[in-house]
Write a protein that binds this ligand. Structure first.
Ligand SMILES: [Zn+2]
Length: 545
């Protein structure tokens, strides 16, 4: 299958030919770790995760290297650290801020169904490579030292500005505001700058006496070089990074290595607007990933990470995206109906082979709107053709819209096997097995089909489904998809024992034709956010959406 990608540098959509198909290489600019990531930051993480999954599918997982850096040295980090921990030494305060933010970022993007990249280099661990690049640039006449700074000389590179498609005059006009006096040309940019006492500082390159720290752009040139080489296949990031960040990365890398290109394909995702406006703290429409996942500030409810992901890929990555409550609500409705369809799939038979048409749509420059149309088609078809349920499940797992239940179950089974080496199932389950299983049941990821995962883990362990008391309670009136977050919700508002009791009371009331009582129970549950549906002649509870 031919993969085609839109390349910002050549402004064409063209066939993707890797430099080495046995080692396909992608670099994506990662977060600066000083604050919660907002939903705009989530867009490139999701878009390039979809591309990563596609590349792994096409070339083999072991033949793809995805590098996403972490910027842990930056003026914004210093400022935040001084503000948040005024009583700590600055370097200690910085460590607190970056560690906390880093952990938060990883939790957030994992909840969005994103795979971890193969390498996540940190800027502070690549200072030596940055200094080497700077020395090379000075030696070749592309950079100079002035007032303890090292600057890249933009006029020394004739085709600077090609990525952003800007002429030297335009760039000069843009740079004229407050030009530092030590710059030879207003467009020159910083490779290295002196640090004030107390600020993070390293021995400077190029004979500069004052210890200093790198400029932001040089970080990515150094880290991509270290982990992917002088030239690699794909460089990605948000549209806001085209100029100056990526333009400067290209200048640094190409001039240091004397190469015609830094990366063969430059991919940029479009902007994200919240409820029709550019997101900004002053407008009060600044939404973090964490708020969407954990609080009810957006649309009066919290949203599963996979639903945020689904809402994000409903728009083609190059297009601007409008982030609105109705879009999220639509994604949630689709997600819930698909979950119901795949709830009865035997995941042990699944090899996660996505539908061919879905792969073909992705191979056409990540045509995710087409992917969604195809998912609907498969879901509709599955009413008549049962095997399409498996195709739907495989495709949703492949796209990161559902967790891989078999992998989760296998993980649980392995952990239990390590705890209990000899598992025997006679007529009684050992309390130890039940205890261990319950422990994992309670800690599965938010969107996992938790009851089904436990059943699958049991089959993997013992060759047969095992009756656990705790599981029976949960599956009694919901044999379908109970995610960890559904379970937590029920526990919070009513508890499973009481929920089951109310359902039984209602069955009894209906048998006795006491419709007043039956309606009262229904209304009580609705007021708790739980609805009863009559499926297969038996009531099934669901969290109201
Ligand atoms: Zn970068």
């Amino acid at each position: 299958m031919e993969l085609k990608l839109y390349d910002t540098l050549t402004r064409t959509k063209r066939p993707f030919t890797p430099i080495d198909p046995a080692r396909v290489r992608m670099y994506v600019c990662g977060p600066t770790v000083y604050d919660f990531a907002h939903i705009g930051n989530a867009r490139p993480v999701i878009v390039f995760d979809v591309l990563y999954r596609l590349l792994r599918h096409l070339y083999g997982a072991e033949h793809v290297t995805y590098v996403r850096n972490i910027t842990d040295v930056d003026d914004k980090i210093n400022a935040r650290a001084a503000e948040e921990y005024p009583n700590l030494p600055l370097n200690e305060a910085i460590r607190q801020v970056t560690e906390k933010t880093d952990k938060q970022f990883h939790e957030d993007v994992a909840a969005l169904g994103c795979l971890p990249p193969d390498v996540e280099p940190r800027a502070t661990e690549h200072i030596a490579e940055m200094k080497q690049l700077i020395e090379r640039l000075i030696a070749a006449g592309y950079a100079y030292v002035a007032e303890e700074h090292v600057l890249f000389s933009v006029p020394s590179m004739p085709d600077y500005g090609k990525l952003a498609n800007r002429s030297p005059e335009e760039m000069k006009a843009g740079a004229r505001v407050e030009v530092a006096p030590y710059k030879r040309d207003p467009t020159d940019f910083v490779l290295w700058k002196p640090s004030k006492p107390g600020e993070p500082a390293w021995l400077s390159p190029a004979g500069v006496a004052t210890p200093g720290r790198p400029g932001w752009h040089i970080e990515c040139s150094a880290m991509s070089w270290k982990h992917l080489g002088e030239t690699f296949d794909i460089h990605g990031g948000g549209l806001d990074l085209v100029f100056p960040h990526h333009e400067n990365e290209i200048a640094q890398s190409r001039c240091a290595f004397h190469t015609p290109v830094m990366a063969n394909y430059w991919m940029h995702n479009g902007f994200l607007q919240v409820e029709g406006e550019k997101m900004s703290k002053s407008l009060g429409n600044f939404v973090t990933i964490n708020e969407l996942l954990k609080t009810q500030t957006f649309g009066g409810r919290h949203w599963p990470g996979e639903v945020l992901r689904l809402a994000m890929i409903a728009t083609h990555y190059t297009q601007p995206i409008g982030w609105t409550v109705p879009c999220l609500a639509e994604a949630l409705t689709n997600w819930n109906s698909w979950k119901r369809i795949v709830a009865e799939v035997d995941v042990r038979k699944s090899a996660i082979q996505p539908d061919n048409e879905i792969v073909a749509a992705l191979a056409d420059d990540l045509n995710t709107p087409q992917v969604l149309r195809r998912l609907h088609e498969i879901a509709r078809g599955s009413q008549r053709r049962e095997e399409l349920r498996d195709v739907l499940y495989d495709s949703l797992v492949f796209l990161g819209i559902l967790p891989d239940e078999l992998a989760l179950a296998d993980d649980v089974a392995q952990k239990i096997r390590a705890e209990i080496p000899h598992i025997t199932i006679n007529n009684n389950i050992s309390p130890r097995l039940e205890g261990e299983m319950k422990k994992f049941f309670l800690t599965l990821p938010a969107s996992a089909n938790s009851t089904a995962t436990v059943t699958t883990a049991s089959i993997l362990l013992t060759g047969e489904p095992v009756q656990y008391g705790f599981l029976d309670e949960w599956t009694k009136y919901n044999p379908f998809y109970i995610s960890t977050s559904d379970r937590e919700y029920v526990e919070k508002v009513i508890g499973i024992a009481k929920l089951n009791r109310l359902i039984e009371d209602r069955i009894k009331a209906r048998t006795e034709k006491d419709f007043e009582e039956s309606d009262r129970i229904r209304d009580e549950l609705i007021s708790l956010g739980i609805v009863l549906k009559d499926l297969t002649g038996r009531p099934v509870w669901e969290i109201a959406r």
